[in-house]
Design a protein around this ligand. Structure first.
Ligand code: ADP
Length: 467
């Protein structure tokens, strides 16, 4: 069976967040299970594409009210562990960013190019697996657009990594979508606008979310799509993401200052923590709490300046923050620095290497998310022996059990400054219970969140769709 993952991101080619990690690793594990799993994504102008050689497999012109030339490229070497294809549309996709505020034409052209190319393949895919709203019109076009009628019996699956973003655009642009029976235009619509994520939920053969709990939450709150998900619940299922242990493993992670395993955990974590403390002028004798991620409301970032201020004023801890996003939050986080020299620092921006060293060197990882479809950071933290402190939502609830409930992490139930500070208090109390804290570190490193089980679950889902 051949499956094509269609996505805007894929690690290491282009990454903005967890979507890239998932699309970059799931195919490897599916391949291990005997499936032919491939990825197709846009060709961006970034470090990866500048540093690699590509060969052209196909070139043609697509129609979106005017003719647009495109090429399908593939990597010269097959170093990723699965076949990767890139759609090159120079004047639309070839930018040094993945997303902007005006992406409708870019991602529509990408999706049309993908289907046009698949249509002429001698052996078309058995399953087309789309990811998030950027590829959400594919299930609609496969089932409705006249030119793709030969693909009508090909199953399509959509995975929702984040339902907040839906790719809305005006009906004025409906003419850009390849011709379809206009009686069915309602399949594109949700609340009087074209909504690619809603169209995907209506038209895909199966809908998955990246954790079981997130699927249940979406039926109650999905940025307007809750009733649709309730109505379509028969074809919906939550499958927990895994982590790619060939990339995320303290034993072999090339980014780390020192690698470690269960028997060298103390010295290994210390070496990484010492490096962080030296680079960021932090006192290494204090327990280190870190945050890594996008500074947006979904991650609870608007509360960080208050949480950090109260915590640093009252508790013997240090905090290191890596992320970027809301400019106001970035600014407020920077302003805290002079007040807490030696206890607090920030890195505003994206830094893959630093993130790995932080998972390794930290004692605790903060994830006070308001919304967390799955969350990978808490699973990386566990693998690196770092205790996660999480708001019990979405995938965080599926993966982190509180120490008070016989578990290994710290949960708070709801997001306020008081709740997070109270959780940090409990974490500190746990840290000072040195023997149990050390035992817990070893235990969490052994929790298995690798992709094996999840890849198997996706394969079972595809098999259930066989004609
Ligand atoms: P989301 O996809 O909502 O951003 P996830 O927890 O699913 O959140 O995935 C986040 C991924 O992005 C993790 O691999 C995390 O380490 C990485 N990441 C986020 N922000 C940064 C950053 N500023 N620098 C380095 N890595 C980051």
């Amino acid at each position: 069976m051949t499956v094509f993952h269609v996505s805007a991101e894929c690690y290491p080619v282009a990454k903005v967040g967890g979507l890239a990690d998932v699309v970059g690793s799931l195919p490897k594990y599916q391949t291990k299970l005997g499936l032919t799993s491939k990825v197709i994504m846009p060709f961006y102008n970034n470090t990866f594409t500048q540093q690699h050689e590509f060969k052209t497999l196909y070139s043609d012109t697509l129609w979106m009210g005017y003719a647009i030339d495109y090429r399908i490229l593939t990597l010269e070497d097959n170093s990723l562990g699965y076949e990767l294809y890139l759609v090159d549309i120079p004047h639309l996709l070839f930018k040094d960013y993945v997303y902007s505020s005006n992406d409708t034409d870019r991602f529509l052209a990408f999706q049309i190019a993908v289907l046009d190319w698949m249509l002429q393949m001698p052996a078309p895919p058995d399953v087309v697996h789309c990811h998030d709203h950027h590829t959400g019109l594919i299930p609609f076009m496969m089932s409705q657009s006249h030119k793709y009628a030969p693909m009508r019996n090909t199953p399509s699956v959509v995975t929702i990594h984040n339902a907040q973003y839906q790719g809305w655009f005006s009906h004025d642009k409906v003419g850009l979508i390849p011709e379809f029976n206009f009686y069915n235009v309602g399949l594109l619509d949700w609340n009087h606008t074209i909504n690619p994520l809603a169209a995907a939920i209506k038209c895909a053969w199966r809908v998955t979310t990246v954790s079981p709990n997130y699927m249940e939450e979406l039926k109650q709150r999905a940025n307007g799509l809750e009733s649709l998900l309730q109505y379509e619940s028969g074809k919906c299922v939550g499958i927990l993401n895994g982590i790619d242990t060939s990339v995320w493993n303290p034993k072999s992670d090339d980014y780390l200052v020192k690698n470690y395993n269960l028997s060298s955990i103390v010295s290994g974590k210390k070496a990484n923590k010492d490096w962080l403390c030296e680079q960021f002028d932090l006192n290494p004798s204090l327990p280190l709490f870190v945050f890594i991620g996008r500074l947006v409301g979904e991650k609870g970032a608007d509360l960080f300046p208050y949480i950090f201020d109260v915590t640093l004023r009252n508790l013997p801890v240090s905090i290191l923050m890596l992320g970027s996003g809301d400019k106001g939050v970035e600014h407020r986080l920077e302003q805290l620095k002079p007040a807490y020299k030696g206890k607090y620092n920030t890195y505003i921006g994206y830094n893959e290497k630093l993130s790995h060293i932080m998972y390794a060197g930290a004692d605790f990882l903060l994830m006070p998310s308001r919304v967390e479809p799955c969350g990978l950071n808490q699973m990386y933290a566990l693998k690196y022996g770092t205790v996660p402190i999480v708001n019990a939502v979405g995938g965080l609830k599926d993966t982190v059990v509180d120490i008070a409930e016989g578990g290994f992490g710290v949960r708070h139930y709801g997001l306020s400054v008081e709740q997070v500070v109270e959780a940090i208090h409990r974490a500190l109390y746990f840290y000072n219970d040195t023997d149990n804290f050390k035992k817990n570190r070893k235990a969490i490193m052994q929790i298995d969140h690798s992709w094996d089980a999840s890849a198997e679950a996706y394969n079972t889902l595809y098999s259930s769709l066989k004609k």
